[in-house]
Design a protein around this ligand. Sequence first.
Ligand code: MCN
Ligand code: MOS
Length: 776
Amino acid sequence: AGGIGLRLGSAQGAEQASATDSAAEQKYQGVGVARSRGDGRLKICGEATYAVEHQPEDVVYGVVIQSTIASGRITRMNADNARRSTGVLAVYTHQSGLKINKPTPIAKGGAAQSTYTPIQDDIIIHNGQNIGIVVAQTFEQATYAASLVEIDYEETPAIVFADDARAAPKNLDPLNIDVGNARQSMDSAAVRTRGTYTTPREYNMPMEPHACVVQWQGERLTVWEPSQWVAGAKTEIAQWMGMDKADVHIVSPYVGGGFGSKPVPYTHVALACAAARELKRPIKVSLTRPQVFTGLGGRPATSQTLEMGATRDGKILSVIHDSFNETSLHDVHIEACNRVTALMYAIPNVHSRHRVVPLNTVTPGWMRAPGENPSAFGLETAMDEMAYALGIDPLELRLRNWPDHDFKSNLPWSTHHLRDAWLAGAKAFGWEKRTPVPRSMRDGHELIGWGMASGTYPVNRIPAEAKLILRQDGQLIVQSAGADIGTGTYTILAQAAAEVLQMPSETIIVQLGDTQLPLAGVAGGSQLAGNLMGAVSKAANMMRERLITLAVEQPASPLHQMDKNHLTVADGEVRPAMRPGRGIALGELLRSAHMDSLEVMADTFKEGTSAQEREAIVSSLGQSTHSVVPGVSAHSWSAQFVEVRVDEDFGTVRVKRMVAAMDSGRLYNPKLARSQWIGGMVMGLGQALLEEGVIDPRHGRVINNNLADYLVAINADVPDIITIDVGEPDYRATALGGKAVGELGIVGVAAAIGNAVYHATGKRVRDLPITMDKLI
Ligand code: MCN
Ligand code: MOS
C-alpha cells in the first residue's frame, strides 16, 4: 500500500506527560496522555513532503487563467502569442475541446462542493473564475504566457450583493425550526430585543496554498493533492475524468492546513488532470495566493435578524429568527445561521427560517464550524443585549436558561457540561469582579471590557476501517486513509494502539492520507478522531487476541497450551500477565508460526455492510449529518471569556485575555486538544476584529485578495490563552468517549469579543469585523 510511513518521533514527546498520569500511561503514552505531535518535528524540519513538493520526472507546470469580469460571456480568446511564448507546451481554453464532466454535488451524495466545470463553455458566472490553463516547462514561463492570452468579454450586470433587487432568495425548508408558538409567546414577553447580525465573506487561508501534482500511467491516474478527504477527492476526480474510481489514486500524507477549504479538489485540479491526459506529461498546478480567493470559496457572507423575548426575571420565552447566506448562481451552499439558535438554551418557542441568496460568486465553502459559527455570533450577541435590557449579569442570564435537555430535538443530552464550563470559566477569569455598566472599567486611557459567550459543536459520525500490521521485526504499523491536517491524527492513532498493545506509542508507525489505505471519511465536522480511534482500538484488541491465541497454539512457544486468560501483550511480548520477561517476543512468535507479518483489519460499519456500500458511505458527506448518535443529543460545549482593551482616542481594540472552558468529552491527547481549541480561538479573534473579504461593487472582485490586505490574527494580536477541560468520557457519543474538538474553539469567540467591546465602550457592533471606524 502507499502512504508515507511516519515513525512517531523521539522520546521528546514524553516531556508533556502530566504528573497525574500513571507510570504505565507515561511509559506507553496511551490514550489520554499529553504527548507532542509525532509529525511536528518532520514538518518543522521540512521533512514532511507536501503535495506540491512531489517532483515526478518530466513534470511540467500549469498556471490557471482567471476571468476578470463577474458575469457575461467570453467573445474572443486568443492564445496565439501565449502558445508561441518560450517553454509553452499548450494552452487549453473552452475552444480546446477537453472534456470535463459535471460532478455530483455533496448535497446529492457526491463529493463536489461546486458543480462548475471549467473550459466547457464561454459563460462567466463570477470574477476570478478558472477559464483556462497554460502549461509550460517552468512555472515562470507558464505565468508569463498566461498574461499574453487575450480575452474579450460581453459583460452583463452582475449580482454582487444580496441586497440587489434582482437577487432571488431560495427557501431551505429542511432547515426550518418551529418549536412551540414563537409569535404568540413573543407578544406576551415583557422584555424584547431585536438585532440584525452580519458576517462578511471570510477566507480559510491555510499556509499551504491549493496545489496538486497529477500523473497518468495509461488509464490510471495518481493525484498528489492536499486533502481533508481522500475518498471524496477520488470520487470527484473520477467523475470529472469519466473514469472508474478504482483507477484513481490520491496521495495526501501531509496537509498544510485546510480549515474546511480542502475537503474536495477544486477546478484547478480538473484542469490539471485533463491537461495531463492530453499532454501525456505529469503536471503541477499551484494556485497563487490571489487565485485561492476565487479558485474556491470561503465562508459566505451571512445575515440574521434575531428577535428575543423574555420575562422580567430573565426567562427566555421566544426567539424569532430569519437568516440567509450568499451562494453561487449554480450551487446551493448552506451556512445555516440557525444551527445553535434553538439548541443552546431552554427556549420553549423558536421560529427560524434560513435562505440562500444566489450571486455572481464562486460557490462558497466550509470554514471552521460552518453554521455554528455565525449562528453563535447572532445568538450570543443577542443574549448579551437581553442581559443589558433586563439588567441581569450575562452569566446569570445564561444560568437561568440552562437547558436540562435538548429543546430543539426534545432528546436527552448524552453528556452536557455547559453549566460547568460557564462556572469554571467565570472562576478562572475572575468574572465576579466585573462591574456591569459599560465604560465602568478602565486603565488610564484604555477602556476595559469583559465579555462572554457560549459555544457548541455536534458529534458527527461516519464508520471507518483500520488496519494494524505487525512485522517480523516487531514493528507495528497502523493504517487508515484518514487525514492529519495538522490536528494530531498520526499521534492519537498511535496512542490508541499503544494503549491496547502496551507498547510505547512513539515506536509505532502510522500511515495516513492515501486512497489505497483502509477506508475513512472526511477530516471535517470535527469527527475524524472519534471515528478512527474506535476503529484502531478495535483492530488493536483483535490483534491482541490473535497474538495470545497464536502464543498458546504454537508448539514452539513457551506459552503453549497455557490459559489465555492469564496472558497479556506488553512491552513487545506475549507473556503471563504477572511475569514480565517470561513470554515470547512478538517477532519471534511470528517467526515460529512462519508468518512474515500479522495483519488485522477492523471496522465500525454495521455488520453485513458490503464493500461497495462502505466505499459509498465514506465517499458521501450526506451520511455524516444523518449518522448522529441515536436516541441522545450529543454535542461538545464551551464557555468563552474575553478581556479587551479599547483605546479611547483611537478606537483600537486589543484582546488582553482569553479564558475558555470546554466540554469535548474524553480527551485523547490533552495537549493536542488544547492546541486545537486555542487554534480555533485565535481564528475567532481574527474573525471578530480583522477578517473581511472586500468586494468591488462594480466587478464582483475580491479587492483584498492577498495576505497583506486580508488580515488574519498573528502572534502580536493574540494574548495568553487559558483553556480548562470540564468534559467527562461520553461512551454514547463515541467508542472511546471523546467528543468534537477541532471546530469547538472558534464557536462563540466573535460574540464574546463583541460583548466585551460593548462593555468597554457602550457601542454594540452587530456587523463583523469590529473595526475602528465602527467604534468612533
Ligand atoms: N482530539 C482529542 N480528543 C478528542 C477529540 C479530538 O484530543 N476527544 C484532538 C486530536 O488531536 C485530534 C484533534 O483533536 O486529532 C481533532 O479531532 P476532531 O475534533 O475529531 O477533528 P478532525 O480530526 O475531524 O479534524 C478536522 C477539524 C476541522 S473540521 C477543521 S475545520 C479544522 C480542525 O480540525 N481544521 C484544521 N483543526 C485544524 N487544525 C489544523 N492544524 N489545521 C486545520 O486545517
Ligand atoms: Mo471543518 S470546516 O468541518 O473542515
